[in-house]
Design a protein around this ligand. Structure first.
Ligand code: 2ND
Ligand code: ZN
Length: 375
């Protein structure tokens, strides 16, 4: 590994954030799956309507079932739990409801901007077209934004359309994202089991999106290592990395505490490529041993463009408040650290520049200044 030495910033001084402060802080979420964030009670109701058999029919027990099953230490097993959520999201009414509740739950958690992703191709088992799927989700997002605004919890939400990496519909989904680019869709993603399905399988879709001046992120470096990250960036041209946690494999900390970056890690850091880190999810799939040992600690001190995300709120029993609280407990993060993660995320959003800037200056900065002033 060609090594470039890097400087570690000192942890910021001050008290670690409490759960209450984390809840009140405005948060920005770039990596959240619509089909990974349903309310358990909604799954129970929707499943009863269509006669889908669930492993548990009591909402609380079902919620526990998801987190326990997802706590498998393996990404493919973690992904099996989505069979039940996807099964109840096959009609326009169900998609709209799930989308509306998602926005309301995020707003209640203090999220002010979110990009929520899902794979339209997984919601056409009945008779919906891909276009109708996107329209139903958009309707739910708009209802959710209006209801939240009426409650004084303003939130802006955009869709990211995901193509499944083991399928062959990525070009079609990329075209769908362009058809909807001015109507609520901010970008594109690929997801699913990583090993055996390199992002270059979908090069056609990525090249099309680049020609269209569009944006995309790629799940890479979660269950599989550096080659996946390298392909996502240097072959596919990803704007952001979903997870990207294995970039740590290209970083060495010597016995004397010096840090050396390999060429890929240096490129990711130098180019400010956003890492959509999802600590709770990574612990469940075995990508990290614990929150305290999660590479986010080192990557933050190295000033990579780190963002904090939920991935799947249902499967990981998490929320943005919970992610921030656990990170503050593990690494002592202060209000200023949470502000840094939040501004990083807002800068990295697939939203027009003026809108990003307005959220940073009008919403994020003043609220963090007020929180910091509480001492
Ligand atoms: O963390 C993940 N890695 C890879 N794929 C994922 C992850 N979380 C969810 N997915 C898959 C399962 C969903 O059905 C799909 C679309 O949201 O994306
Ligand atoms: Zn994900």
């Amino acid at each position: 590994m060609a090594a470039m030495s890097a400087v570690l910033t000192e942890p910021s001084a001050g008290p670690a954030v409490t759960r209450d402060q984390a809840l009140r802080a405005p948060k920005v979420l770039l990596h959240d799956h619509l089909d990974g964030g349903l309310r358990p009670a909604t799954i129970v109701e929707l499943a009863a309507e269509i006669g889908h058999e669930l492993p548990e029919t009591d909402a609380e027990a079902l919620g526990r079932w998801f987190t326990t099953m997802a706590d498998s230490g393996s990404l493919p097993q973690y992904l099996e739990t989505f069979d039940h959520t996807v099964a109840v999201m096959q009609t326009a009414a169900a998609l709209t409801r799930v989308a509306r509740e998602c926005v309301e739950d995020l707003a209640a958690d203090g999220v002010v901007y979110a990009e929520v992703r899902y794979a339209p191709e997984q919601h056409v088992a009945n008779d919906l077209t891909l276009d109708e799927v996107v329209a139903a989700v958009q309707e739910g997002f708009e209802e959710g934004m209006a209801a939240s605004r009426a409650r004084g919890q303003g939130i802006t939400v955009r869709q990211l359309l995901t193509a499944m990496r083991h399928q062959a519909r990525s070009r079609e989904i990329a075209e769908l994202s362009i058809a909807w680019r001015d109507r609520g869709v901010a970008g594109f993603d690929i997801a699913g089991a990583e090993a055996g399905y390199p992002p270059t399988r979908h090069l056609d879709a990525f090249e099309y999106l680049q020609r269209e001046n569009s944006h995309f992120t790629i799940h890479a470096g979660e269950a599989f290592g550096l080659p996946s990250i390298w392909e996502a960036i240097q072959w596919c041209g990803a704007d952001r990395l979903g997870h990207g946690v294995r970039i740590i494999d290209d970083i060495t900390v010597t016995d004397s505490g010096e840090v050396e970056l390999g060429r890929l890690a240096a490129y990711v850091r130098d180019m400010r490529i956003p890492l959509e880190m999802c600590p709770a999810s990574n612990v469940q799939t075995g990508a990290a041993a614990s929150i305290a040992e999660h590479p986010i600690g080192l990557l933050t001190r190295l000033r990579f463009r780190v963002t904090v995300n939920t991935d799947n709120r249902l499967m990981s029993g998490t929320s943005m408040t919970s992610e921030f609280t656990h990170l503050a407990e593990a690494f002592g993060y202060t209000v200023r650290d949470l502000e840094w993660f939040t501004v990083n995320a807002m800068k990295s959003a697939f939203l027009p520049f003026d809108e990003r800037l307005a959220l940073i200056t009008d919403v994020i900065k003043p609220a963090y200044a007020a929180l910091a002033a509480e001492g």
